[in-house]
Design a protein around this ligand. Structure first.
Ligand SMILES: O=C(O)[C@H](O)[C@@H](O)[C@H](O)[C@H](O)COP(=O)(O)O
Length: 482
């Protein structure tokens, strides 16, 4: 999916342009379809764009009686709270439209009341309202974007990013006040014909660059904002300063000279081209499917990455392997199959349900006799293995909570021998690792890893950037010095 990027001189012109574009688009769509469904956004530019619609001389070219307005997210506050996106949209546009826009065409996300006392209750009610309206394919979803790359109320590292099979989700712990929110999920956003991401200002430049370069959605949610027919980025020049000078005002993401990456679809196709070198047998496919069916996030390694682990373990002659972060056991299976018949693999998983799913899959795959799945916080389990004087491991694969990487590396030194190999996954994170001020604690965990490994007396390390079906990321490869 290509992303069209239209660059504007500044935030004011951007808001006016969004308004003009939206009005023209609505008129065009209404010439062959009605009703039209538009999803509004909160935020500075989002609301400024609505005010520009209200002030536009062509506002009434739209037949508002055939327009339905929805919201991409809402701050979970009481009715009429001035911070609600609905309140701000009414002030900016809806009140100006008056009776031209029928009240029943306006679909706010339910406010906090005695009956709707949680974001989840509001999300459920909104999902029902969407269902009652026939789950419309939105014609346009407008999305503002935060400096951390969030869109709607889908924030980096939050569980809501990975919610599938439903249109709405309750959000807690939002880094942008208020903490409680309601949001459309990516399932709902991606059902839209057109998704327009609107971003202005230098403070958005990092996120714009990460998103347009195909960063992982987990770290830059805006990268996951895609329409079925069109994805349009409407930005001002300040928001493109990390992308290099655009070659034209209306352009595509690929036209920015500093954009070093091809679209991620290309990477996926190349992975598929080489898939014959790392074929998945039934057990691997079943393991992957069991993890998906169990609702586990799709963050396991790709087949070629699993094969890399397998070859590294074999090349190292590993007889004992330690894995930190089992998830559904996919990488576990690739590693276990590299062991000799009397080899041993210890894998650590904090989530008992994940561990159960993994254990079942590893049993189905016939490697359960080689594998110990230990449930609990990895740092505690590692301390226990150290205290028990566990025999050293020849290879360690670290693929768990990134903020704990430095601690895991210190503990790993107590559980390995000179020459042991250590692999740490997901350390590039779409380039986010460059940002010393990044708000994602996992990015900071990787940065602390680099500080730890720089001139480390007992680790010799390097990092390899990767692109592929899992996006733009990379892994660290370490050897324990003699
Ligand atoms: O509820 C909200 O705050 C918005 O829906 C949110 O997604 C907003 O669009 C971005 O945070 C950008 O906001 P600014 O344009 O003010 O930076």
């Amino acid at each position: 999916m290509n992303r069209d990027v239209v660059v504007h001189p500044d935030a004011r012109v951007l808001a006016e342009s969004v308004a003009a574009r939206l009005l023209t688009h609505l008129v065009d769509v209404q010439s062959h379809r009605s009703p039209v469904h538009v999803v509004l956004t909160g935020g500075t530019v989002g609301i400024a764009s609505l005010a520009a619609v209200a002030a536009s001389p062509v506002r009434d070219a739209v037949d508002w009686s055939g327009v339905h307005l929805w919201w991409g997210d809402e701050r979970f506050l009481a009715e009429d709270d001035p911070d609600r996106n609905e309140t701000q949209a009414r002030d900016a546009l809806l009140d100006a439209l008056g009776d031209a826009l029928p009240a029943e065409n306006v679909h706010p996300m339910p406010a906090r009341t005695e009956d709707v006392s949680t974001p989840e209750a509001s999300a459920d009610a909104y999902a029902q309202e969407l269902g009652a309206a026939g789950s419309p394919a939105f014609d346009v979803v407008l999305l503002g974007m935060g400096p951390d790359g969030h869109v709607a109320s889908l924030f980096p590292g939050h569980d809501a990013l990975e919610v599938t099979g439903r249109a709405t989700v309750g959000v807690h712990g939002s880094p942008k006040p208020p903490p409680e929110r309601v949001s459309l999920t990516f399932d709902a956003i991606r059902s839209a014909r057109e998704v327009w991401v609107v971003a202005s200002g230098a403070e958005k430049a990092d996120a714009v660059a990460s998103a347009l370069r195909g960063a992982p959605v987990a770290t830059t949610p805006a990268a996951g904002a895609l329409g079925t027919e069109r994805t349009l980025w409407l930005v001002d020049i300040a928001a493109t300063e990390r992308l290099g000078t655009p070659s034209a005002i209306s352009t595509t993401a690929a036209a920015f000279p500093a954009a070093p990456q091809a679209p991620s679809e290309l990477w996926t196709q190349v992975d598929h081209y080489f898939a014959a070198l790392a074929p998945e047998d039934v057990a691997l496919v079943e393991t992957r499917h069991a993890a998906t069916a169990g609702g586990l996030p799709d963050i396991a390694v790709a087949p070629n990455q699993g094969k890399l682990l397998h070859l590294l373990a074999q090349t190292a002659g590993a007889r004992r392997i330690l894995e930190i972060g089992t998830l559904g056991g996919y990488s576990t299976l690739w590693l276990a199959r590299a062991l000799p018949a009397d080899g041993r693999l210890t894998t650590l998983e904090i989530d008992p349900e994940h561990a159960r799913i993994a254990t079942d899959s590893l049993t189905q795959a016939g490697v359960d006799a080689l594998v110990d799945v230990l449930v609990g916080p990895a740092a505690d389990t590692l301390d226990g293995l150290i205290a028990d004087g566990t025999d050293p491991y020849d290879l360690v694969f670290i693929d768990a909570d990134k903020q704990s990487i430095p601690r895991y590396l210190e503990q790993t030194l107590e559980l390995t021998h000179p020459g042991s190999l250590v692999v740490v996954d997901n350390v590039v994170r779409g380039g986010a690792v460059l940002d010393a001020d990044h708000t994602d604690e996992r990015v900071q965990g990787v940065r602390r890893m680099v500080e730890l490994l720089t001139d480390h007396p007992r680790y010799d390390a390097t990092v390899v950037q990767t692109v592929g079906s899992k996006g733009y990321d990379g892994f660290a490869l370490l050897r324990v010095r003699g």
